[in-house]
Design a binder for this molecule. Sequence first.
Ligand SMILES: NC(=O)c1ccc[n+]([C@@H]2O[C@H](COP(=O)([O-])OP(=O)(O)OC[C@H]3O[C@@H](n4cnc5c(N)ncnc54)[C@H](OP(=O)(O)O)[C@@H]3O)[C@@H](O)[C@H]2O)c1
Length: 267
Amino acid sequence: MSHNSLSGGKVIWITGASSGLGRSLVLLLASQGHQVIASARDKNALQKMEADSSNICAMPFDMVDESSLASVQIEIEQKFSAIDQIILNAGTCEYLDFPDTDWCAIRRVMEVNYFGTINCLKVALPLLRNSSALRPHIVVIASQVTNAPFPRSEAYGASKAALQYFFDSLRIDLIPDSVDVTVVNPGFVDTPLTRKNNFDMPFLMDVDQAASRIIKNIASRPRVYSFPKRLRGLLLISKLLPSVWQKMVSQKESNAAVEKASEHKKQ
Ligand SMILES: NC(=O)c1ccc[n+]([C@@H]2O[C@H](COP(=O)([O-])OP(=O)(O)OC[C@H]3O[C@@H](n4cnc5c(N)ncnc54)[C@H](OP(=O)(O)O)[C@@H]3O)[C@@H](O)[C@H]2O)c1
């Protein structure tokens, strides 16, 4: 059966839909009556969501695998013929430890966060151009990490900064196509990705609240939406007083390292 946006809601494709922010975005948008295409690698998680809502369509894929993307493109074309919005949310995070650095982690993170996202964009653009919506919409989830240097975040931060530049530039090139581009920069959100963190996460947000803020605020198609504002304010220290910032974060980092070492000794 072919679906389209005539039923009232939009057709929205969300990547990284199996957990965290992506999952909350899918559930919320489906409950608002939109047709949501949910993609990630975890087929079981996606199929469970599909079983619970007639507005959710599971399309598992690995976004770094071009052949898996090609079949998703065909499937979306057959089922929906077009999409009105894509939320490029899928991502990963690996921290670097110096001096024993796993240099391959940089390539792994870049492969998923940057090249994987671009792979999805490549598939999505013709589908967005087929949309009957006045202005199709591309939304990419970057991060507030790019507002300040954090220790061990070289790979993750660089991948998100690359995304920001790419999509800021793309916004200009898509003006003739009337496609809007919004870059979303969340602060810390409680998801499986951040549950691995062993440092303080100021203003940590509940995942459903973060998803609902994103949906509410991207509706007006801002170029950039960064939240929460309190974190943005805190990160300004890194621009205004860089040496103070450096001391703040390096001190916290060395405390965490000491804690980790003493936990190791106890075991
Ligand atoms: N949580 C935060 O504090 C925070 C802050 C700023 C920005 N962000 C960004 O928000 C986005 C969502 O993160 P999250 O916190 O919700 O983390 P999460 O729960 O770990 O979700 C990441 C999602 O990406 C998918 N994914 C990872 N690699 C993939 C691949 N190769 N192919 C397809 N899907 C892949 C995962 O699904 P599978 O494993 O099933 O493939 C999962 O659904 C990420 O881009 C993250 O960088 C998060």
